[in-house]
Ligand binder design. Structure first.
Ligand code: KG4
Ligand code: ZN
Length: 336
């Protein structure tokens, strides 16, 4: 059987990334051009700036990915690209490049859902991992509890009703005067703070619901900061970071474990940028062990946006015979 070589492109937010994979799970290259510096001065991602930067970067990043993988366009079996969810202008840059390659080389195109990509980062990291499992997808744009029954078959058990987990981290970090993206900063400071210093509210929602809500928690932190300022009290940034992070991860962990118990699965996987959070990894690991559930998560580089995870989804779609039309459009609010 001949090897399937996938060329994958990711451009849904602020990273331009291109990867080459062999048979879906072996990464030959995974180049990531981050735009974080360009967006830092605005305190968040500016969509128009993101699109322009993707256009500037895309050809270079494709060339670099091919070079590092030691392959040429002629070796590529099919092209995979994120077509949603994400910023539409940003998505269109990567998707158009993918279409151009597919058309020029007469090879298939596979449009990929970015959220699926985050889940599949685990298949690259853990070669033996197979569905079914419960996956907690926590990123800057998404907070989903998904039961993955098989490749391409998902049941969304819960999701956020307002802010995504990463968004809450970023907004609280901003209020604390920390840079963008805020998650890593809060993670770092939380290690030096007391997680029981301030009791922030946790929204569990209705009994039995696996949905999340983080906007109340975010407001509570902002109110706390304002009231301390009004009283002229000094603030321990470390304690606020630790107490806020604890509130977020306790809810995430409790609901994830409850889903695994309900679905009677002994496998949980973490995915998305917030899966890089050390507090979340530690607490979920402890709670999973208590229930004799195995926990897996990707390495830090595969947690945040990258094209290798997109290529892995593209590969599984390709071998199932799935093909996208060259008229495929970007879908900003694509659902899993
Ligand atoms: O998956 P990702 O790269 O982009 C999206 O698809 O959204 O996730 C980025 C998010 C940001 O909100 C960032 O603050 C958060 O992941 N993040 C973290 C950590 N590292 C990244 N949040 C908490 N702790 C971290 N260590
Ligand atoms: Zn992402």
């Amino acid at each position: 059987k001949e090897d399937v070589i996938t060329l994958a492109i990711e451009s849904s937010c602020d990273e331009t990334s291109v990867s080459v994979l062999k048979n879906g799970r072996t990464v030959l290259s995974n180049i990531i051009a981050s735009q974080i510096e360009q967006h830092q001065k605005f305190g968040g991602v500016v969509p128009e700036v993101a699109s322009r930067k993707h256009i500037e970067n895309i050809n270079m990043v494709i060339e670099e990915a091919l070079e590092e993988a030691k392959v040429s366009f002629d070796d590529i079996t099919h092209v995979a690209a994120t077509y949603g969810p994400g910023l539409v202008g940003a998505l269109l840059v990567g998707l158009s490049a993918a279409k151009a390659i597919a058309f020029a080389k007469g090879i298939p195109l596979n449009g990929v859902n970015h959220i699926e990509g985050h889940i599949y980062a685990n298949f690259i990291e853990h070669k033996e991992l197979e569905p079914p499992f419960i996956c907690l997808v926590v990123s800057g744009g998404h907070t989903h509890l998904v039961y993955m029954e098989d490749y391409g078959s998902y049941e969304v058990l819960g999701k956020t009703r307002d802010d995504a987990a990463g968004e809450a981290f970023d907004k609280v970090a901003r209020a604390l005067g920390l840079g963008y993206p805020g998650g890593p900063q809060i993670d770092r400071l939380a290690k030096m703070g007391n997680k029981e210093a301030i009791l922030f509210p946790k929204a569990y929602l209705e009994e039995g619901s696996y949905d999340f809500s983080f906007s109340g928690l975010k407001s509570a932190v902002l109110n706390y900061l304002n009231s301390q300022k009004m009283k002229g009290n000094s603030i321990s940034v470390e304690d606020v970071a630790a107490s806020f992070q604890q509130a977020v991860i306790e809810i995430l962990v409790e609901k994830t474990i409850a889903c695994a118990v309900e679905k009677e699965t002994k496998q949980i996987v973490l995915a998305g940028g917030v899966a890089a959070n050390s507090g979340l990894r530690e607490l979920l690991q402890n709670k999973a062990e208590e229930k004799r559930i195995d926990l897996k998560y990707p390495s830090l580089q595969l947690c945040t946006d990258n094209a290798a995870m997109i290529g892995c989804v593209g590969y599984y779609n390709y071998i199932r015979g799935y093909r996208s039309s060259l008229s495929l459009n970007g879908v900003p609010n694509l659902k899993i």
